[in-house]
Every structure is written in structure tokens, then in C-alpha cells.
Design a protein around this ligand. Structure first.
Ligand SMILES: C[S@@+](CC[C@H](N)C(=O)[O-])C[C@H]1O[C@@H](n2cnc3c(N)ncnc32)[C@H](O)[C@@H]1O
Length: 329
């Protein structure tokens, strides 16, 4: 009979194997099944992040956002957001029930999206990561009806609020994605499909031990670059000065992006970006807001023996196109 390991466990052939991934870790979580097979409980290995218990569904399947759409497939990674249980008002719950089947999608990491199908037409598509309550998203969608806005967040009340705003204002160009933007970018979006990327006031993670959770990092930019069309804009804003400095540093250093500012610095807030809710809170505390507008460079054509993806193909010697009057991304 085939032995099936328990949840969070794997079968290995030697105790040495559990030390490969876990370092010189404990073997207490090792159970001998037969002379050559051991069950290793990865879940309890030293330093491993705790597995989350599956969330309780607020809406029956298919009628609203799932509590953990990617399930256990992509659990072992550092998250840039804090899962929070916030109260969903009856108006938000009603919008989620009515509009989720039409305009919502769960980030389950299981399929590649066809953006023309998602928006019901061929149009430029901009991804906004972390729309919060979605007021700024709705305003921008209203100002650019010809652009599809793919807005992603994990925050259920915000998803309901944005759907409500879209419905009340007749905005058919917004799609609300529920889950981790990294999984959306990595698993569900085809290469070079986005005309812009917006990251407004991402969680600043001020404590040093949390800096690794900040979204704008070299690895994130490398992933984002593969999904952006050449010439597409990435627009970030923050009111947290040390994070602004980090953003400027990593964006400037990344070979796939170039600053739209001739002086290589921050941009003034472009008129197309409305004030956001989080920004308002920062301004009330006297924070200075920084905008950063960078452009995806044009990758050099890959040589015949170059198997590299778009990131590796983009080198520092690419033609720099600078444009002071960057329009909406
Ligand atoms: C500080 S709030 C800012 C919200 C809004 N942009 C504003 O300015 O009011 C950051 C938001 O990003 C979301 N977020 C952070 N990382 C995310 C990720 N990897 N995928 C989806 N949403 C994320 C959080 O849930 C949160 O709602």
C-alpha cells in the first residue's frame, strides 16, 4: 500500500535530506516509515514560517472573494501585507455579492489571464497594487475610461468599497483582484502585457526586521519588468522617507528601468494621481510625499543563442528615453 504523508509533511529517503533545506536542523520531526522511507514534518522545522489555518469563507464559493485564494500552493514566501480581519459593512458585502461574479477574480495562481477577455475588449491595462479602499482607483478609472484598471488587494472591505464605487459611477473598466499581487504577476499575467504599474503608499514596514517585507525591492522589479511593456511606466508614491530613498535607489540601479526625471530624483505628484486615503493620513502627520516615475526600458533584442528572459536581456546599455511630461501610467 502506498503511504501518504500527512499535511505539511514530505517523504524522504534519508535523515540527511531534511538537513539540506532546513540547515543543521532538528530531526525530531522525522518518522521512520520503513528502512528507506522517512516522513519529514516540514511544517515544524526550525525557522519555518507557520502555516496559516485555512480562512473561513465569508461568501459561498464563486459568489465572493475567497479567504485564501492561492491556498497552500504558494505559502512559503515573505508577504508584503499584513492579513487583517476587518469588518465588512452591509453595503460592501452587498456589492461583493452582486458584483464579484462580474468584476472580481481570485488570485489562485492556477491560470494565465487573457486581459482582453477579462476587460471584454482590447485595451491598455494598468495594474494597481494595494488600492486600499479604492477611492483614488475609482477616480483614476473615471478619468481614463479607455484603460483597463486591474486593481489588486487582499483587503475585503476595500474590495467591496471599490466595487460599489465602480457600480455607482458606471465604471466598467475596473477589475478587482483578490490576493497577493506577486502571485498575480508571477503566475497569472503573460509577459509584456501591462501598460503601467501603480504602487501608491505600499505598507512601509518601518522596523528593520520587517524591511524584507517591503514590496519595492530588486526581485520585485525584476518580476514586474517582465510583465510591463517596453516604455510602460511604473509609478510609486510613499510618505515614508526611508522607503522613498530605498525606492529611488533600487529603481535607479535596476537595468530594466529609467527615471523619467532628467535630474534622477523624485517627481512632483502628477495631476493624474488623486490624493489617496493613506496619503491623507501621512500628510496629517506632517510627512513629505514622494512620487517616483520610472519607465520600462526597451530590452535589446535577444541574440540567437540567448535563452534569457526579458529581464536578463535588458542591459544597462539600452537607449535611454527620458520624458519630463510623463502621462498617466
Ligand atoms: C498602506 S495601504 C495603501 C492603500 C492605498 N493605496 C492608499 O494609498 O490609501 C497598502 C495596501 O496594499 C495592500 N498590499 C500590500 N501588499 C500587497 C500584495 N502583495 N498584494 C496585494 N495587496 C497588497 C495592503 O493590503 C494595503 O491595503
Amino acid at each position: 500500500m502506498t503511504y501518504r504523508p500527512g499535511a505539511g509533511s514530505v517523504l524522504i529517503q534519508s535523515p540527511a535530506q531534511c538537513r539540506v533545506s532546513a540547515g543543521p536542523g532538528p530531526t525530531a520531526n522525522l518518522r521512520r516509515i520503513d528502512p528507506t522511507v522517512y516522513e519529514y514534518d516540514e511544517k515544524h522545522q526550525a525557522g519555518a514560517p507557520e502555516r496559516r489555518r485555512p480562512g473561513k469563507r465569508m461568501f459561498p464559493e464563486g459568489t465572493g472573494p475567497a479567504p485564501d485564494p492561492a491556498g497552500s500552493h504558494f505559502e512559503r514566501r515573505i508577504r508584503s501585507f499584513q492579513p487583517r480581519r476587518s469588518r465588512v459593512t452591509s453595503g460592501q458585502a452587498d456589492a461583493l455579492k452582486r458584483l464579484w461574479p462580474k468584476w472580481g477574480l481570485d488570485i489562485d495562481g492556477q491560470r494565465t489571464l487573457d486581459l482582453a477577455e477579462l476587460f471584454g475588449r482590447d485595451c491598455p491595462v494598468v495594474l494597481e497594487i494595494g488600492f486600499g479602499m479604492g477611492e483614488a482607483t475609482a477616480q483614476m478609472a473615471a478619468a481614463e475610461p479607455g484603460t483597463g484598471i486591474l486593481a489588486v488587494d487582499v483587503h475585503t472591505p476595500g474590495q467591496g468599497n471599490l466595487l460599489n464605487l465602480a457600480d455607482r459611477n458606471g465604471l466598467s473598466n475596473i477589475r478587482v483582484a483578490n490576493g497577493d499581487a506577486i502571485i498575480l504577476l508571477r503566475e497569472m499575467l503573460p509577459p509584456a502585457c501591462l501598460d503601467g504599474l501603480r504602487v501608491y503608499f505600499p505598507d512601509p514596514w518601518p522596523k528593520k526586521r520587517h524591511h524584507k517585507r517591503r514590496l519595492i525591492q530588486p526581485e520585485f522589479l525584476t518580476l514586474a519588468a517582465t510583465r510591463l511593456k517596453p516604455g510602460a511606466l511604473i509609478h510609486c508614491a510613499t510618505d515614508w522617507e526611508p522607503y522613498a530613498e530605498q525606492m529611488l535607489e533600487v529603481l535607479t540601479a535596476h537595468p530594466a528601468f529609467e527615471n523619467t526625471r532628467e535630474d534622477g530624483g523624485y517627481a512632483p505628484r502628477p495631476s493624474f494621481r488623486p490624493l489617496t486615503r493613506f496619503e491623507g493620513q501621512g500628510l496629517d502627520k506632517g510627512h513629505v510625499v514622494r512620487d517616483l516615475l520610472f519607465r520600462r526600458t526597451h530590452p535589446e533584442p535577444a541574440g540567437p543563442d540567448e535563452a534569457a528572459g526579458p529581464d536578463e536581456a535588458a542591459g544597462p546599455g539600452e537607449t535611454a528615453r527620458r520624458d519630463e511630461t510623463a502621462g498617466p501610467v
